[in-house]
Ligand binder design. Structure first.
Ligand SMILES: [Zn+2]
Length: 228
């Protein structure tokens, strides 16, 4: 059982209908995302982490990518950007859930470290290419491909909204360092979104390159379609 401090309880009770006591809540930390390049050859810039840190407070952590009240498991009440050294930053969130008969199994899974992978859904104003510095829709490079020794990656900037955080049903990771996979929605034009879901953490690099390439083409096609 996690220790719930008085400060934590005050923050938690901002989100509850009645005041909960320390023994009625379970809290746990989770790394939402980092500023490092992910499996989709994208990364958040440092400002984006700070923006997400604010936007994620009060957001629900759901068990799967299913939008239903049953799946709403926990709520984020505190976030912090942690400096891990060598320019690496992690956005860590602290979430709570009530201790009830229906959450017992889930808490046991959290305690056992089974539910580790999360994905975060958010909207970014811009995805900037590392090769040409242009926005994705104006750039002809392909994420994950090498250009004169440099890999094309996109930096996500200007986070305008965070939708949800989900636990991803992925079995224990062979590479324990990887504790996130995320799901980013990017708005190209107001009111229109495209969803990009990362699947299977253990996918081989070749497959990832192919996937990234397909996604890149789809994005460009989608953008061109929207422009017509
Ligand atoms: Zn480019």
């Amino acid at each position: 059982m996690s220790e719930v401090t008085k400060e934590d309880l005050e923050l938690i009770n901002k989100h509850t209908r009645r005041e909960l006591k320390a023994d009625e809540v379970y809290t746990f930390p989770l790394v939402l995302c980092t500023n490092q390049v992910d499996r989709d050859f994208e990364r958040f810039d440092d400002n984006a982490l700070d923006e997400l840190a604010v936007l994620c407070i009060g957001k629900t952590v759901i068990r799967d990518h299913i939008w239903s009240a049953d799946n709403q498991t926990a709520r984020i009440y505190r976030t912090q950007v942690e400096n891990k050294g060598a320019g690496v930053k992690h956005l860590t969130a602290f979430a709570y859930l009530p201790v009830t008969d229906s959450t017992k199994d889930f808490i046991a899974q959290l305690d056992a470290g089974i539910k580790k992978e999360v994905s975060i859904g958010c909207a970014a104003q811009q995805a900037v290419c590392s090769i040409c510095g242009k926005s994705r829709q104006d750039c002809m490079h392909v994420a994950g491909r090498m250009y004169s020794g440099d890999m094309c990656v996109y930096t996500l900037k200007g986070i305008t909204d965070a939708y949800e955080v989900s636990f991803v049903a992925v079995p224990a990771q062979p590479d324990a360092g990887v504790i996130k996979s995320f799901n980013v929605r990017k708005s190209y034009t107001e009111g229109e979104e495209e969803q990009n879901t990362v699947q299977g953490a253990g996918t081989a690099l070749d497959e990832r390159l192919v996937e990234a390439e397909i996604k890149n083409i789809e994005r460009k096609m989608n953008y061109e379609y929207q422009m017509q």
